[in-house]
Design a protein around this ligand. Structure first.
Ligand code: FAD
Ligand code: NAI
Length: 477
């Protein structure tokens, strides 16, 4: 007889594992299946999905190491510190990253045991709907069938590849290969100036690679507020990232030790980029392969996503889908929040997600973070707003830290003063944005932030000054 559960979660990424934990906390019997071993030395399925294994966590570990290196090699001299013979041991840097990943993924295993979640090792696929619930086959080293009243599909996404550009993850790499180059490439090409291109391009540039990023769109960071994108383009090119916009990629020829990329530049001239390694970072596609959605009457939309409503419910009763496999931004915290939402719904609660309050962060240096509407979106909506901007260069803490680049910009409704969007480019933007998210969740006015006491000296004072600036009364400028 098949094992039965209240909830089966398919996929143990940040969406799936958090959904499983929350459902178990609420007293439901929960199983979660995971297929991917990633780079596990024993070939055992690893928990944590893209985020923990080949995404957020390893990329941030490499960003931190490369930032330390760049600071020591180029910036500590400004503090009067002389360091000689700075060098980098890439294998140690990768081992540090791998040990962080292992710590995090085994942490999720511990949480599964703690919350009495049954881990099923293998690939989940739908078989049928039965009277007791949905029958799902889990195929791993052993195959078993389980029944669950409710299913949460949290199968995530994988890198989109370009037609005619074979990814071997040695010379031509997606995110997986780009996180484990055995040495610093002399010349690195990147296709796509999105989040991965900028973050991983920055990692290898800081470590000494000459990096060229080729982007199809004519504008840089189109999803960002235009003033942030402009500032970022200026700062990144000063750092030495070569970014070519408006290109059309032609033939990509990979050889054993390198790759050449033919492309047409924005002026229509034929160009060629020869490099040692190439990262292809042109977006991600949802994972629905082998799920056998048709067995339960589901299909994907034209872009491959599983259609869901505002509460992540699919068209099949009792089946939900969350995270990268459904609409909305492909972000770990969005996947987690949807996991909590569905678990609480199943337990009879009434949760809600305000998608306008999901923050974005790009972990370059300086970091870029935002929440809510951009200035160009407000203009397109015809909404009257008051901008308030304040630079880190006028903040004592930022100067002391040697991170005085960038600014905070707050956009508030012209009549009600409600905060509509907050945009930060500067040090620690990833942490600073949390205050803005909270303010927006509480529908705060710019005046609420302006009247709140902020510690001195701290970077957070720039947020307060930007709030004051929406009323043209910044104090330190
Ligand atoms: P995933 O994390 O993709 O997990 C899905 C899991 O389901 C996988 O483990 C997969 O093996 C498993 N699976 C798939 N199909 C099946 C099946 N049929 N049966 C069993 N298991 C299955 N986001 C951020 O918010 N911040 C960041 O800093 C950030 N950095 C990133 C850096 C990189 C390089 C990349 C690639 C992504 C990054 N992201 C970041 C995005 C983030 O990783 C994803 O948004 C997040 O992992 C999505 O979570 P998920 O649970 O929906 O899917
Ligand atoms: P992306 O969508 O951020 O950027 C892809 C870029 O490639 C775009 O600028 C696009 O115009 C360009 N592009 C597409 N086709 C092209 C072509 N043929 N030639 C040249 N350029 C082309 O996707 P990316 O960087 O691959 O990341 C995938 C997703 O992973 C992100 O959208 C994000 O959701 C998530 N992520 C989040 C991070 C974070 O939160 N800090 C970090 C890394 C990834």
């Amino acid at each position: 007889m098949s094992k039965q559960f209240d909830v089966l979660v398919i996929g143990a990424g940040p969406g799936g594992y958090i959904a499983a934990i929350r459902a178990a906390q609420l007293g439901l019997s929960v199983a979660c299946c995971e297929a991917n071993a990633y780079d596990d030395p024993k070939g055992e399925p690893r928990l944590g999905g893209t985020c923990l294994n080949v995404g957020c966590i390893p990329s941030k570990a490499l960003l931190a190491s490369s930032e330390e290196y760049e600071n020591i090699a180029h910036h500590v001299a400004d503090h009067g510190i002389t360091v000689q013979g700075v060098s980098i041991d890439v294998s140690k840097l990768l081992a540090r990253k791998d040990s962080i990943v292992t710590k995090m993924t085994s942490g999720v295993q511990f949480l599964f045991r703690k919350n009495k979640i049954t881990l099923l090792k293998g690939h989940g696929s739908f078989v049928s709907k039965t009277e007791q619930g949905y029958l799902v086959k889990v195929s791993g080293q052993e195959t078993e069938e389980v029944i669950a009243k409710h299913i949460i599909i949290a199968t995530g996404s994988k890198a989109r590849h370009l037609p005619m550009v074979a990814v071997d993850n040695v010379v031509v790499c997606d995110n997986e290969g780009a996180l484990k180059f055995a040495s610093v490439p002399k010349k690195l090409g990147v296709i796509g100036a999105g989040v991965i291109g900028l973050e991983l391009g920055s990692v290898w540039r800081r470590l000494g690679a000459e990096v060229t990023i080729l982007e199809a769109l004519p504008q840089f960071l189109g999803a960002c507020d235009e003033s942030l994108a402009k500032e970022a383009a200026k700062l990144f090119s000063k750092q030495g990232l070569n970014i070519a916009l408006g290109v059309k990629i032609g033939e990509v020829k990979a050889k054993k030790n390198g790759v050449s990329i033919a492309y047409t530049d924005a002026q229509g001239n034929a160009q060629q980029l020869d490099c040692d390694k190439l990262i292809v970072s042109v977006g991600r596609i949802p994972n629905t392969e082998g799920l056998n959605l048709s067995a339960i009457g589901l299909t994907t939309d034209e872009r491959g996503f599983i259609p869901v409503d505002d509460h992540c419910a699919t068209a099949a009763a009792g089946i939900y889908a969350i995270g990268d496999v459904v609409r909305g931004p492909m972000l770990a915290h969005k996947a987690e929040d949807e996991g909590v939402l569905v678990a609480e719904l199943l337990a009879g609660q009434h949760p809600h997600i305000d998608y306008n309050c999901i923050p974005w962060v790009i972990y370059t240096a300086p970091e870029i973070a935002w929440v809510g509407k951009t200035e160009q979106q407000l203009k397109a909506e015809g909404r009257a707003y008051k901008p308030g901007q304040f630079p880190f260069a006028a903040n004592g803490r930022a100067l002391g830290m040697g991170h005085s680049e960038g600014f905070v910009k707050i956009l508030a409704d012209a009549k009600t003063d409600e905060i509509l969007g907050v945009h930060v480019i500067g040090a620690n933007a990833s942490d600073l944005i949390a205050e803005a998210v909270l303010a927006m969740e509480f529908k705060a006015a710019a005046e609420d932030v302006a009247r709140t006491c902020h510690p001195h000296p701290s970077l957070s004072e720039v947020m307060r000054e930007a709030a004051l600036a929406t009323d043209k009364r910044a104090l330190n400028m």
